[in-house]
Design a protein around this ligand. Structure first.
Ligand code: PHE
Ligand code: NA
Length: 451
């Protein structure tokens, strides 16, 4: 028998759900990762593939995850199990939830390290470290941070601890208020940086870099990274949106809600890119600088604009909060699962999972210094965690969710849940049934054979 309410609590309204889901989606993926992988993968063509993946695969899958959660009213694994059972299908589908919980962990490991970098920069900004700084000085400062495991450990620990604190209380307490203020403020400060970018006179170059379509730059690996990032940035393929959907009220329309979240997430990523690349070009920096891109460009901007110290401080605080509301959503699926399946009390589940995630983060941060020669499949630990989760586990999880929601769940149920017009439903159904799985499989297969 399906449940009416989640034992973990419920969002008060559709609006709170949008807030929470946007809080999960908008994070380091938009501000840190999107600009850096766009730079590494050559710009325009990559961005176009990413946008296509968001629209064609991301949006329908977000709708699918939310409805599975809302119908199952439990952690991802248990929701998948019960929704499958209701349609008379195998309960083994719950394994998709387990894989997702594992992916959430692995992501948390490196996510918390980057969250720690952001906190380190909050402290630098407060002290005016970058006032008047040039590109060289800022680059050296970031290198110094990577070479210093103790400083990274401290900030990573603070970040991980703050995330677990919210999780102990439960995600719907306190989350709404922080996001309601955070989102508009983050937008405003992104526009401040964008304004600085425009003042460098290199905005046009940035625009061309991001939107000129040069297909010769596109490799199959870049397509996979774009696809994987569509999942990562929308918090899909690992159960977060199933977990958050399970706290959603019955009345809210899933279609328009998902659309709002996808739109906001994409908007933040594009503005972040347009803010960062003019700084790159104005200072003769390398757009393909990698994971440090945001940390070597933004301090130059804040160090050289009027009131930059205050803006910079606020900006990094807001990025830290955005990262924080995402980090908690990475852990929610596995915490809910431990509580439901093994009768853990919530604080205990948080403690156990938090410690494991924290240890993983330590391994990730050591890969920049003490353990820099440790390689898994040719990658350092940090890169490995990022690569397996975003480029393999999330697309695979998404593939299973697509198959599950349109081939396994009876379409009477999915139609009832989604609450969209007959035409939109048809569109959703065929895209989820055929287009999304075929696209994901194609990208996987081509990556195996053409590197
Ligand atoms: N979407 C988040 C971001 O872009 C990261 C995330 C991925 C959160 C998967 C939850 C689940 O920063
Ligand atoms: Na995102």
């Amino acid at each position: 028998m399906l449940k009416k309410e989640s034992i973990h609590g419920m969002w008060a309204s559709r609006w709170v759900f949008i807030m929470a889901a946007t809080g999960s989606a908008v994070g380091l993926g938009n501000i840190w990762k999107f600009p850096y992988i766009t730079g590494v993968n050559g710009g325009g063509a990559f961005v176009l593939v990413y946008l296509l993946c968001v629209a064609l695969i991301g949006l329908p899958l977000m709708m699918a995850e939310v409805f599975i959660g809302r119908r199952g009213r439990q952690s991802p694994a248990n929701s998948l199990r019960d929704v499958a059972e209701e349609s008379g299908r195998s309960t083994n589908w719950q394994f998709v939830g387990w894989m997702g919980a594992l992916a959430g962990f692995l992501i948390f490991g490196f996510y918390s390290v980057v969250g720690g970098w952001v906190l380190a920069y909050v402290s630098d900004m407060a002290q005016g470290t970058f006032n008047g700084a040039g590109a060289e000085q800022v680059g050296a400062a970031f290198k110094g941070l990577l070479a210093d495991p103790v400083t990274m450990l401290i900030w990573h620990s603070v970040f991980a601890f703050l995330s677990m604190i919210v999780l102990v209380k439960g995600v719907n307490e306190g989350l709404e208020r922080s996001i309601r203020i955070l989102m508009p403020a983050l937008f405003i400060l992104l526009f401040v940086v964008l304004g600085y970018g425009i003042s460098t006179g290199r905005f046009a170059d940035a625009f061309h870099f991001m939107f000129d379509f040069e297909p010769e730059k596109l490799t199959w690996n870049a397509v996979l990274v774009a696809l994987g990032h569509a999942f990562f940035t929308l918090s899909l393929g690992m159960g977060t949106m199933i977990a958050y959907g399970s706290y959603m009220t019955k009345q809210a329309s899933i279609g328009s809600t998902a659309m709002a979240v996808v739109f906001l997430d994409t908007f933040v990523a594009l503005v972040a890119g347009l803010a960062i690349f003019p700084i790159v070009f104005a200072n003769n920096m390398d757009p393909g600088a990698g994971p440090g891109l945001m940390f070597v460009t933004l301090p130059v901007a804040f160090g050289n604009m009027p009131m930059g110290q205050i803006f910079g401080f606020l900006f990094f605080v807001l990025v830290a909060i955005a990262a924080w509301t995402s980090a908690i959503s990475l852990m929610e699926p596995s915490i809910a699962f431990l509580v439901e399946r093994f009768g853990f009390r919530r604080p205990m589940a948080c403690l156990v999972l938090g410690v494991v995630g924290w240890l993983l983060g330590i391994a990730a941060l050591l890969s920049f210094n003490e353990w820099s020669n440790v390689h898994l499949f040719g990658k350092g630990i940090f890169d490995f965690l990022d690569y397996v989760t975003a480029n393999i586990m999330l697309p695979l999880g998404g593939l299973f969710v697509a198959i599950f929601s349109s081939w396994i769940v009876k379409s009477r149920f999915s139609h009832e849940e989604l609450g969209v017009s007959a035409l939109s439903y048809k569109l959703w159904f065929y895209v989820t049934r055929f287009v999304a799985p075929i696209l994901v499989l194609t990208v996987f297969i081509f990556n195996l054979f053409f590197q």
